[in-house]
Design a protein around this ligand. Structure first.
Ligand SMILES: Cc1cc2nc3c(=O)[nH]c(=O)nc-3n(C[C@H](O)[C@H](O)[C@H](O)COP(=O)(O)OP(=O)(O)OC[C@H]3O[C@@H](n4cnc5c(N)ncnc54)[C@H](O)[C@@H]3O)c2cc1C
Length: 375
C-alpha cells in the first residue's frame, strides 16, 4: 500500500485550508460560543465544491474518495470538530451507496452545493451505543410509514433540510429520509454541549410523522448494513478531525514555545520538552498512517470496520494526549479562553463520544480480531 498523498490531494487540502482560514476562522469563536451553525460560510464552502468531495460528478460533486474526505475533515478539525458536520457526509454516503436514482437526483446536488443541509438521527434518550433498545418505530399504512419516537443528541436537527432517521419496522432496523416541514416533527430541546458547538445539538419528537415509502433509504429491515458501511466511512472523518485538532494544537504550542525564553534557555531547548515533542510527533505519525490505511481500504472497496474503529479510537487517544501536552508546553498561555486550546479540549472530549465511544470501538476491533484469529 502506498500512503503518500498525491499532488492533487495536497492541492485540494491546501485550498480547503486557505478557505477555512479566510472565511471560517475569523468567526469560529462567535459560532462556537453561541452554538450556532455557520450557515453562510458553509453555503460558500459548498459553492466552492468542498461539500461535494465524495458526491459523484453526475450529481454535481467532485467524485473524489475517502482520503480526500479525510483531508477535508482534518482541515475543518484544525479549526474545531464542530465544523466537520459529519451528518452531511454521512447522508451523502448513504444516498450514494443505497439511494434510488430518484433520491440521488433529489438530494445529492443540493447536499454537494451546500444548498441543502443534512443530519443523522440514531440516538435516543435511552439508547446510544446499541440499537437493541431503540424505541422509535414506524408502522406501514398503505404506501406511507408513520414514525413515532424521540431522538436526542442530534447535531443540526433544526437546521437540516433532510435527516437520515433510524427506526424499527416489522422487518427490523430501517433508515428513512425525513424532510424538513414533515408534520409530526417537533423540536423539544436545544442542548448545551461542551464541544462540537458549531453543530448545534437537539432533542426532537416524532409524533405520527408520515414518511412516504419512497423515502426509505436502502431496503426495509436492512438499516444495520447501511449503518455499518457508512459509519466505517464517517468514523474516518472523526479520526481526521482528531488529527487536525492535535496537529493545530501542537503547532500553536511550538510557535509559542520557540519564542519564549526562561532565563537564557528557550522552552524548546529543555530536554524534557524536546522528548515530549519527539514522542507526540511519533504518535501523531502513527495515528495518521493508521487513518490512511483505513481510508485506503475504504477507497479500494474492502471491509474497513476494524481499521476505521482503530483509527477513531487511536486518533482520539493521541489527540487527547497531544492537546493536553501542547497546552502544558505553553505554560499559562493556553489556559485562557482567547486561545483555541480550550475549544480543542472541549471538542476532543465530545468527539470521543459522538460517532461511537472508545469502548464501542474496542468492542468492534476485538470482535473482528477474535473472528479472524485461527489457532
Ligand atoms: C457531542 C455529541 C454529538 C452527538 N451527535 C449525534 C448525532 O448527530 N446523531 C446521533 O444519532 N447521535 C449523536 N450523538 C450521540 C452519540 O452517538 C452517543 O452519545 C454515543 O453513541 C454514546 O451513547 P450514550 O450516550 O447513550 O452512552 P451509553 O450507550 O449509555 O454508554 C455509557 C457508557 O457505557 C459504555 N458502554 C456502552 N455499551 C458498552 C459495551 N457494550 N461495552 C463496554 N462499554 C459500553 C460507553 O462506552 C459509555 O462509556 C452525539 C453525542 C455527543 C456527545
Amino acid at each position: 500500500m502506498n500512503f503518500a498523498y498525491t499532488l492533487e490531494q495536497l492541492e485540494f487540502q491546501q485550498r480547503a485550508r486557505d478557505f477555512i482560514s479566510r472565511k471560517m476562522a475569523p468567526e469560529v469563536e462567535k459560532y462556537d460560543r453561541a452554538s450556532i451553525f455557520p450557515k453562510a460560510a458553509f453555503r460558500e464552502f459548498g459553492e466552492e465544491g468542498f461539500l461535494g468531495v465524495i458526491v459523484p460528478k453526475e450529481y454535481g460533486g467532485l467524485g473524489l474518495g475517502t482520503m480526500e474526505y479525510c483531508l477535508l475533515s482534518e482541515e475543518l478539525g484544525r479549526l474545531s470538530a464542530g465544523y466537520t458536520h459529519n451528518g452531511i457526509f454521512q447522508t451523502q454516503k448513504m444516498i450514494t451507496m443505497y439511494g434510488t436514482d430518484e433520491q440521488k437526483e433529489r438530494f445529492l446536488p443540493g447536499l454537494a452545493s451546500g444548498k441543502l443541509h443534512a443530519a443523522t438521527a440514531i440516538s435516543e434518550p435511552g439508547m446510544g451505543s446499541s440499537f437493541k433498545k431503540m424505541k422509535t418505530c414506524a408502522r406501514k399504512e398503505g404506501g406511507v410509514y408513520i414514525l413515532n419516537g424521540v431522538k436526542s443528541h442530534i447535531n443540526d436537527a433544526a437546521e437540516a433540510d433532510v435527516m437520515n432517521v433510524f427506526a424499527q419496522t416489522d422487518q427490523g432496523l430501517t433508515v428513512f429520509l425525513l424532510e424538513k416541514g414533515t408534520p409530526g416533527f417537533k423540536l423539544t430541546r436545544k442542548l448545551d454541549p461542551i464541544g462540537l458547538r458549531a453543530s448545534p445539538i437537539y432533542e426532537f419528537e416524532l409524533e405520527d410523522c408520515p414518511i412516504p415509502g419512497e423515502n426509505i433509504l436502502g431496503e426495509e429491515g436492512k438499516g444495520l448494513v447501511v449503518f455499518i458501511t457508512t459509519f466505517n466511512f464517517s468514523r474516518l472523518g472523526n479520526a481526521s478531525a482528531f488529527l487536525g485538532m492535535a496537529k493545530a494544537a501542537l503547532e500553536e504550542a511550538l510557535d509559542f514555545a520557540r519564542g519564549r525564553k526562561i532565563g537564557e534557555t528557550r522552552v524548546t531547548d529543555f530536554q524534557g520538552i524536546r522528548w515530549t515533542v519527539a514522542e507526540l510527533f511519533t504518535r501523531l505519525e502513527a495515528a495518521e498512517l493508521l487513518r490512511n490505511k483505513a481510508a485506503t481500504i475504504e477507497d479500494e472497496g474492502g471491509d474497513s470496520s476494524k481499521l476505521s474503529s482503530m483509527a477513531k479510537f487511536f486518533c482520539g487517544e493521541v489527540a487527547v494526549d497531544t492537546i493536553m501536552a501542547a497546552l502544558r508546553i505553553t505554560g499559562s498561555y493556553g489556559c485562557y479562553r482567547d486561545t483555541p486550546f480550550e475549544r480543542w479540549l472541549r471538542d476532543i472530549k465530545a468527539l470521543e463520544i459522538a460517532g461511537g465511544t472508545p469502548e464501542i470501538m474496542k468492542n468492534i476491533i476485538a470482535n473482528q480480531i477474535l473472528k479472524e484469529v485461527t489457532f
